[in-house]
Design a protein around this ligand. Sequence first.
Ligand SMILES: [Zn+2]
Length: 71
Amino acid sequence: MKYSLLLIVLFVFLSSFQPLESKVYICGPTGAKKYHYKENCRGLTACRHQLTKVSLSQAQGYGLTLCGWED
Ligand SMILES: [Zn+2]
């Protein structure tokens, strides 16, 4: 009985595990129009706001697209 409980706990733990999401940089709290992989990207030099680090899915949720300077 104790063993099966352990399996359930293990299963719950593994199913709640999220793979590491890639982080991107945006200008300001919700970005301007683009997201950036690199903190020192050329597209961010014009940014007058504070850089915000968000997950890629979050940036895409804001309607942002990948910066043209990124490769
Ligand atoms: Zn960029």
